[in-house]
Design a protein around this ligand. Structure first.
Ligand code: ASP
Length: 611
């Protein structure tokens, strides 16, 4: 098909030619990105994944060729043979890498015509996302998508190379398996051979990677697809990719060092030099200072200002003196009008009776001394916004403890987390004013990483009226909290950790339970009978009994990391073939009903057809 190339086997990438190639013969193959017809001169931009080159067809030089080029339309696939020429100085295009040259064509082949798509890769205005997803093959031809896919490739390779250099083996684990413990709904695959039985697609390789430690592969990793049937939000996909790893005999810090290493490598390929080690914070501190287990460090922490108020002040404000009183400070917001203050109120999602005081001016008028102390304690400048969140007048069950790293109790928690959510909402609302989210070019400011550790082992599930694993049930409790497993599950801390970037959780992991007796205890604490535990995880409990080394690991979301590095605002921008918020692949049109014959073969009857 390409035999016309004859001796000219060496073709050029469309974005590769430079002024130094002037005078050379070149062959370019790619898509017609754009044509400009100036009568005797026809300019065609030919594009491939490396960029574009302008080809010139000159009627005076070669009328037949000029006429043939006149047939070209956008997205035709062509081969052009010609000579590279330096452009006249006044026609140099500084916006593209090949802007100093053009190809004077001697020969043109139309390798394939193209139907005219509903949008063109070269369009400056994007069509709606549904259209982009339906015609994803066209959308992926766009420069931005080509760059995102390239970045994803480079990031994955950098991570692989780093982990391999540290002695990690990449080991594949099955997709057709049984329910895994991450707590979402499973995607099921029916078995034809054993009708009525199902495989589950893995929510993560959690149990397999632990088994790999039992099997002696003391450093494992995998860049792996995981499947979770969850209600989707903007930053979730039913199938997504994790950088999953596990190692034997680690302290949490060993895992952290490995993650810091591969993130450094990943950020490097995107042009950012980040600093390690990342700062570290316990879960309690994160809740107390940021009201969140994924603090965004780009804005000031909250400050406990309860002691700025005299007891009678708190009484006058109908604030519970036993609960925290926190000040949220957002820099450079400036004075708010009454209308603007009213806009803050709906951003406050009060939990457990938390109350908002959004009118600091008024507080200042009524309690000048307290307000001055608050300004001082929070380090506020005159144009900073300060709002106060406190607990209401209802008596709390316990006093809030002061001092370093207090254990955050449930009542305190409600005040802190209400404040934390408001802090984030205010930060977003006033992003233009404080400017802290604008990339400065300084990685120390732009990428605020953080390790959060010592998470609670259990969360109370109000609906189910029981304790649930906060991470997953294979996470090890702190040695010192073992005795509280039954007496006070809410106080048990886990050897679990998250890596956070700019208020987003990039990944979670933990040191695991490696003893069968402790694993059984945890299942009990989670309200599982021995029988239930055996039926769900029997193979794993058994494996634990055959000499399991202490082990731990982590998994990070690759899609999210690439999204951040690409500066994209949706995971769909960095996943070549993503699904919509309704878990639909618009290009291939999946999911779809299947034929009666297929169902019959699987012994499946569809009970109700959802609209
Ligand atoms: N399997 C866990 C998850 O997907 C991560 C881990 O504990 O390593 O969240």
């Amino acid at each position: 098909m390409l035999d016309f190339l004859g001796d000219l086997r060496r073709t050029h990438m469309c974005g590769a030619l430079r002024a130094s190639d002037a005078g050379q013969k070149a062959v370019l193959m790619g898509w017609v990105n754009r044509r400009r017809d100036l009568g005797n001169l026809l300019f065609i931009d030919v594009r491939d994944r490396t960029g574009m080159t302008q080809i010139v067809f000159d009627n005076e030089r070669n009328p037949a060729l000029h006429e043939k080029a006149g047939e070209l339309r956008n997205e035709y696939v062509i081969a052009a043979i010609g000579t590279v020429k330096r452009r006249d100085p006044d026609t140099i295009n500084k916006n593209i890498a090949t802007g100093e040259i053009e190809l004077i064509a001697d020969e043109l082949r139309i390798l394939n015509e193209a139907k005219q798509p509903p949008f063109f890769p070269g369009d400056t205005i994007l069509p709606n996302e549904e259209m982009r997803l339906q015609y994803r093959y066209i959308d992926l031809r766009r420069d931005a998508m080509q760059r995102n896919v390239e970045l994803r490739h480079k990031v994955s390779i950098a991570i692989r190379d780093f982990l391999s250099s540290q002695g990690f083996f990449e080991i594949e684990t099955p997709f057709m398996t049984r329910s895994t413990p991450e707590g979402a709904r499973d995607y099921l695959v029916p078995s034809r051979v054993q009708p009525g039985t199902f495989y589950a697609l893995p929510q993560s390789p959690q149990l397999f990677k632990q088994i790999l430690m039992i099997s002696g592969f003391d450093k494992y990793f995998q860049i792996v697809r995981c499947f979770r049937d969850e209600d989707l939000r903007a930053d979730r996909q039913p199938e997504f990719t994790q950088i999953d790893l596990e190692m034997s005999y680690p302290q949490p810090e060993c895992v952290w060092e490995v993650v810091e290493g591969f993130l450094t490598a990943a950020f490097k390929v995107a042009g950012h030099t980040i600093k390690t080690p990342f700062p570290r914070m316990s879960y309690d501190e994160a809740i107390r200072l940021y009201g969140s287990d994924k603090p965004d460090l780009r804005l000031p922490a909250m400050v406990d200002v309860r002691d700025a108020f005299a007891a009678e002040n708190l009484q006058a404000l109908a604030v519970n003196a036993k609960l925290p009183v926190v000040a949220i400070r957002i820099p450079k917001v400036g004075e708010l009008s009454r209308k603007e203050r009213d806009e803050i109120k709906p951003l406050f999602n009060a939990k457990g009776g938390a109350r908002l005081f959004e009118d600091f001016k008024r507080l200042e008028k009524n309690f000048p001394e307290a307000a001055a102390k608050i300004r001082q304690k929070s380090g506020a400048e005159a144009d900073d916004l300060i709002v106060i969140v406190a607990g209401d007048g209802k008596p709390a069950g316990h006093p809030s403890e002061g001092g370093v790293k207090p254990e955050v109790k449930q009542h305190d928690h409600a005040v802190y987390t209400s404040a934390g959510l408001l802090r984030v909402a205010l930060a977003q609302k006033y992003a233009d004013r404080h400017g802290a989210f604008i990339k400065s070019g300084d990685p120390d400011k732009d990428f605020r990483f953080l390790w959060v550790s010592d998470f609670p082992m259990f969360e109370y599930d109000e609906e189910g009226q029981r304790w649930a694993a906060a991470h997953h049930p294979f996470t090890s409790p702190h040695e010192r909290d073992m005795d509280k497993l039954e007496s006070d599950p809410g106080a048990v801390r886990a050897l679990a950790y998250d890596v956070v970037l700019n208020g987003t959780e990039l990944g979670s992991g933990s040191i695991r339970i490696h003893r069968q007796d402790i694993q059984s205890k945890i299942f009990h604490a989670l309200g599982m009978t021995d029988e239930e535990a055996r039926s769900r995880f029997g193979f794993f409990l058994e494996a634990l009994e055959y000499g399991t080394p202490p082990h731990g690991g982590i998994a990070l979301g690759l899609d999210r990391i690439v999204m951040i590095l690409a500066g994209a605002d949706s995971l769909r921008e960095v996943i070549p073939f993503p699904k919509t918020a309704r878990a639909v692949d618009l290009m291939v049109d999946a999911p779809t009903p299947v034929s009666e014959a297929q169902l019959e073969e699987l012994g499946i009857e569809v009970r109700k057809q959802m609209e």
